[in-house]
Design a protein around this ligand. Sequence first.
Ligand SMILES: NC(=O)c1ccc[n+]([C@@H]2O[C@H](COP(=O)([O-])OP(=O)(O)OC[C@H]3O[C@@H](n4cnc5c(N)ncnc54)[C@H](OP(=O)(O)O)[C@@H]3O)[C@@H](O)[C@H]2O)c1
Length: 292
Amino acid sequence: MNSSFTAVTLNNGRIMPSVGLGTFQSTKEEVRTAVRTALEAGYRHIDTAYNYKNEDAIGEVLQEFLKSGKVKREELFIVTKLPMIHMEPKLVKHSIDISLKNLQLDYLDLYLIHFPVPFEAMEELMDLKLTRSIGVSNFSISQVERICKVAKYKPVTNQVECHIYWPQKDMFEALEKLGVTITAYAPIGSPGRPQILKGNDDQIVLLEDPVIQRLSQKYGKTPAQVLLRNLLQRGIIVIPKSVTPERIRSNIQVFDFSLTKPEMDEIDGIKFSQQYFYKMGAMFPTHPERPW
Ligand SMILES: NC(=O)c1ccc[n+]([C@@H]2O[C@H](COP(=O)([O-])OP(=O)(O)OC[C@H]3O[C@@H](n4cnc5c(N)ncnc54)[C@H](OP(=O)(O)O)[C@@H]3O)[C@@H](O)[C@H]2O)c1
């Protein structure tokens, strides 16, 4: 990661902006405004998925900005994900073609396997130059290690839930040795996630954590900015989702302050543990290697 934490150099030499806009649960209408606001605010990294059903609306806005010359294609870092319904190797090329058409792009910057399934067919997409990098999501440490042993093109990132209550310390340490980054989803605790993923209602709201609240007051930054800054200083890429223009703008204003070493250590010492997406495992009851 470069010293200002604004971007990460991946194991294939490509540069990935370390703050991206998440778009899970953003409707087409919401995402049009969100992506416009984000691009105007300086975001260049957008995270979507075939499953989010908003790639086409994102594509419209990207075209708008590209055609007007407000951004160049090479400045953008567009990430989408291979859905479970297209996991069969023969469907993988078909799937990226659909996503590229939706997004109105010739290539992706990063294509992720949304959930742990075979990886080989993804490498062909690199050879076809349909994506600049490939990666995984929701994979366990051993799954990533096994892929790295045999991969022609190593995954550049593993996109997983990661925040101060689910810090992924073992994952970070193991993947750092492999040169694989972590992209944090739910970096601010996914307060708006659907009920089906909520589990019990007693979950502690990450944004209300007392340590984060205190640091937020000290620095005059929002709790979300403190949470994002903590992850960036650990070398982790973040993709906060918002459809609220003010929040979208503020979630990238995280490069004008720094948490001190004692503050990072204090956060590191928080013992409370909470995985907000733990119910995801229920979607794969018979998966032999469920990582959740
Ligand atoms: N690979 C996977 O399996 C996977 C799973 C989950 C998520 N993701 C990706 O990761 C992204 C982020 O995760 P997420 O959307 O679950 O959770 P998140 O980014 O931690 O939280 C998003 C929620 O926080 C609210 N919010 C945003 N900024 C805020 C701020 N400054 N202050 C207070 N609240 C704020 C948003 O509300 P408003 O929108 O109403 O502003 C939204 O309800 C997703 O959008 C998606 O792109 C990937």
